[in-house]
Design a protein around this ligand. Structure first.
Ligand code: PLP
Length: 390
């Protein structure tokens, strides 16, 4: 079927919520994907920070296949091994605490929001308000959307659940002023990804941690995009020497199989039987896949590799023509151009065998698989340059 025909059929049978690029992807290996015409692309987007092991990684495909033959789903009425092993492994990589598994980033954040609200009832006299950042992105469900600091995503769906206030990202004074008796938590991304990889000013996250400690608030960090080693540490907050009370993870956790997790430190862990649940959350297939991802990241030293490749990527991006700013950490980078060429560039990059992601009129985001090689990065950067000058 041609891409034109597919686009036609999609219009007939799928709700029109996505603006897709005009390409039909059919397979991939490592950081390279192939379309239905057999053309290859260096994948600098990795399914939006999801395919951390790239495409077709043998450890991941083997784990999925073996678990699928054993037990795909059982429900949360029973014990299953992969969920417990995954929770143990994740907690070991993050901080002492316990996990709750879901199926997406939005659901992981819903869990964090519900947990914070209950914590407020138990420990803070019914406080329920969560301070979030303007420009943040936490997902599309109503609670996560209310936390998200971008009105254009929520405007068609108001009224939103109450109990969320938004302050400028990086402004500790604004956060202090927004804190009151009703405040229960602060919820932030350590780097704001979706809006274009906005990094916090030096000392900001440390100051937020200090403020939460002083005021008795929970610090919830949304590491859905920044986690899994992408920034050159397992979790981005580790660059700052702080530990959150609650952390949400999703995207790359199972390398492309849907999963999300909410981790809570003992002092924040207030959910009890009946408080929360999920039919698919913590299922053996997704958890076995996630265990394979964690294992491969460790075995192949991909966290350090992400840091090294990130340096290469940032340096290469800085040398492209017409660049105003390159920002990010590790393999989470954005390049802001002087002119609003990003959307056009995204299309032109396809013609030159590279996949990039425009997050704004002049901003392009690069969140490639952690397994990307220096040669593939160079090839991707060459393609971007050709797309810019050609
Ligand atoms: C930081 C952050 N939080 C939450 C989400 C929502 O995740 P999902 O689309 O899996 O619901 C995203 C997705 O882009 C994200 O980047």
């Amino acid at each position: 079927m041609t891409t034109e025909r597919l686009i036609d059929d999609e219009r007939t049978y799928l709700m029109g919520t996505y603006r897709r690029l005009p390409v039909t992807l059919t397979e991939g290996r490592g950081a390279v994907v192939r379309d239905d015409q057999g053309r290859e692309y260096v994948d600098l987007v990795g399914g939006i920070a999801v395919n951390v092991l790239g495409h077709g990684h043998p450890a991941l495909t083997r784990a999925i296949s073996e678990q699928a033959q054993r037990l795909i789903h059982a429900s949360n009425l029973y014990y299953t091994l992969p969920a417990v092993e995954l929770a143990r492994h994740l907690v070991g990589l993050a901080f002492p605490g316990r996990a709750f598994f879901v199926n997406s980033g939005a659901e992981a954040n819903e869990t964090a929001i519900k947990l914070a609200r209950k914590w407020g009832k138990v420990h803070r006299g019914g406080a329920f308000e969560i301070i979030c950042a303007l420009g943040s992105f936490h997902g599309r469900t109503l609670g996560a959307l209310a936390a998200t600091g971008q009105d254009h995503y929520s405007a068609p769906f108001t009224p939103l659940p109450p109990g969320f206030v938004h302050v400028p990202y990086g402004d500790i004074e604004a956060l202090r002023l927004a804190t009151g008796e009703r405040t229960v938590a602060v919820m932030l991304e350590p780097i704001m990804g979706e809006i274009g990889v906005v990094t916090p000013p030096q000392g900001y996250l440390e100051a937020v941690r200090g403020w939460c400690d002083q005021q008795g608030l929970l610090l919830i960090l949304d590491e859905i995009q920044t986690g899994m080693g992408r920034t050159g540490r397992w979790w981005c907050h580790q660059h700052h020497g702080i530990v959150p009370d609650v952390m949400t993870v999703a995207k790359g956790l199972a390398g492309g199989i849907p999963i999300g997790a909410c981790l809570a430190a003992p002092g924040a862990d207030v959910l009890e039987p009946g408080d929360h649940g999920s039919t698919f959350g913590g299922g053996p297939l997704a958890c076995a896949a996630a265990l394979a991802v964690l294992g491969a990241i460790e075995a192949e030293g991909l966290v350090g590799h992400a840091a090294e490749m990130g340096e290469l990527l940032a340096a290469g991006l800085r040398e492209l023509p017409g660049v105003r700013e390159v920002r990010g950490r590790g393999l989470m980078q954005a390049v802001e151009f002087e002119r609003p060429l990003a959307r056009d560039l995204q299309l032109r990059c396809l013609e030159h065998g590279v996949i990039v992601n425009a997050t704004g009129d002049s901003t392009v985001r690069l969140v490639p698989p952690l397994v990307i090689t220096p040669e593939q990065l160079e090839e991707g950067l060459r393609g971007m340059r050709r797309a810019l000058v050609g």
